[in-house]
Design a protein around this ligand. Structure first.
Ligand code: PMP
Length: 456
């Protein structure tokens, strides 16, 4: 363990917490039931509190600090841009904005060469759907049940997971379908090939019964993230591409979480040799140092808005500070070979290490992922695959997942926990030693989860 930072100061920590409790209204929370950790600082793959506790961040914030915290080059680029031109409205040509767009366009697949900037992922999804609707003149959108696309109105309606339920406003034209997920197959398939075929047949049936001429877009996460890091079987995304081509539907891939190196490629779709019509991104584009997201747009869809105005925009679209952070982040990723690091991390450390944990811990039902993007499905019983907590459970106090999360923290690891899953999603550039430290902490915490299995 590297030494703790000199920030240990419980009194300041208590004051920071009290100030937070006084006026900050938190996302996704019952305000009276939460007790947020007071963070004193962060560097690389770690952050620490005011009590002298340091955590290896196996959640990368909300799966976005792909190059870790406080990278000096990105911090310096933001500072330099602030001194030069801290802000400027979107209707102007600004050097750093054009440079960020060029660097992104050069890395997105195929002819996705025009970049519309937003402040984050949900706005990227909103605008991708608007573009698809205007391009096709149709309104309906198909989206997977096991998905998360953001918390603004269209994005939350597109989202399939239970976070949609409270906000679902008889979703204007959104229809959900099942994507492939061999471990909990909605199609009762025997293997991945069958799962792929059945998922594609189900999607084509959905298109047929909804009316192909009414469907503007199909949106998918290339690899669904929050919903469980389900790497699609080979051929699935190519099959969806084919269906979109056959029926004149815009194919939108949401790479907000899986993009920018997370999976060991620049974009997760690069593993599948498929090019969507629109690709949404955020998070890793600048490791979240300044809010930024966007849509990469194909030549054909961009041409729709060549003579006809695009009826959408945001005050801070392509904000210079966010773009400066993106330029510096992409440069760091090239210089330090962060994408390659993520691939190696998955192949050499996280993949083998997590599978080895699964062998020893009866609470692990399945390990899946790639790069720096892994999920452990925790179960009560490996045979029946009964989840360790029921569907739609959260990490509330008293549940086995809460006990697991507490054990992670006790062992110096900050986990990502959602329903019955924990995701190992650290910074893409963590060292081998840091990754092993994380695996050791997971090992200890899984022993706590094991106590809640039928094997105990
Ligand atoms: N799409 C995906 C795939 C995501 O993972 C997220 C955020 N977790 C979003 C969209 C929404 O992004 P944001 O929170 O920046 O609006």
């Amino acid at each position: 363990m590297t030494p703790l930072t000199p920030h240990a100061d419980p009194r300041t920590g208590a004051a920071v917490k009290a100030a937070d409790r006084a006026h900050v209204f938190h996302s996704w929370s019952a305000q009276g039931l939460i007790d947020p950790l007071a963070v004193a600082g962060a560097e690389g793959a770690y952050f620490w509190d005011y009590d002298g506790n340091r955590y290896l961040d196996f959640a990368s914030g909300l799966v976005y600090t792909n190059i870790g915290y406080q990278h000096p080059k990105v911090v310096a680029a933001i500072q330099e841009q602030a001194g030069k031109l801290a802000t400027f409205a979107p209707a102007f040509a600004v050097d750093v904005r054009s440079e960020a767009a060029r660097l992104i366009a050069e890395r997105t697949p195929g002819d996705l060469d025009k970049i519309f900037f937003t402040n984050g992922g949900a706005e990227a999804v909103e605008n991708a759907i608007r573009m698809a609707r205007l391009h096709t003149g149709r309104t309906k959108v198909l989206s997977a049940y096991r998905s998360y696309h953001g918390a603004t109105s269209t994005a939350i309606n597109l989202t399939g997971d239970p976070r949609r339920w409270a906000s679902d406003t008889a979703s204007a034209g959104v229809v959900h379908f099942w994507g492939p997920f061999a471990y909990r197959s909605p199609f009762y398939s025997a293997d991945e090939t069958e799962e792929c075929e059945r998922a594609l047949a189900h999607l084509e049936d959905t298109i047929a019964f909804e009316g192909p001429g009414t469907i503007a877009a199909i949106i998918l996460e290339s690899i669904p993230g929050t919903a469980g890091i389900m790497v699609p079987p080979p051929g699935y995304l190519a099959g969806v591409r084919e269906l979109c081509d056959r029926y004149g539907i815009v194919f939108v891939l949401d790479e907000v979480m899986a993009g920018f190196g997370r999976t060991g490629e620049w974009f997760a779709v690069d593993h599948f040799d498929v090019v969507p019509d629109l690709l949404t991104f955020a998070k890793g584009v600048n490791s979240g140092y300044v809010p930024l997201g966007g849509v990469a747009i194909s030549a054909e869809i961009a041409a729709t808005f060549d003579k006809r105005p695009y009826p959408g925009g945001l005050t801070y679209s392509g904000h210079p500070l966010a773009c400066a952070a993106a330029v510096a982040t992409i440069e760091v990723m090239e210089e330090e070979k962060v994408v390659e690091q993520a691939a190696r991390l998955g192949e050499r450390i996280l993949g083998p290490g997590l599978r080895e944990l699964a062998e020893r811990h009866p609470s692990v039902g399945e390990v899946r992922g790639l790069g720096a993007f892994w999920a452990l499905e925790l179960v009560r019983d490996r045979e029946t695959r009964e989840p360790l907590v029921p569907y739609n459970a959260t990490g509330e106090a008293g549940t086995p997942m809460a006990a697991f999360a507490a054990a992670c923290k006790k062992n110096g690891l900050w986990p990502f926990v959602n329903m019955n899953r924990t995701h190992a999603v650290p910074a893409c550039n963590i060292t081998e030693a840091e990754a092993k430290e994380g695996l050791a902490a997971l090992d200890a915490a899984l022993s706590v989860a094991d106590e809640h299995t039928t094997a105990a």
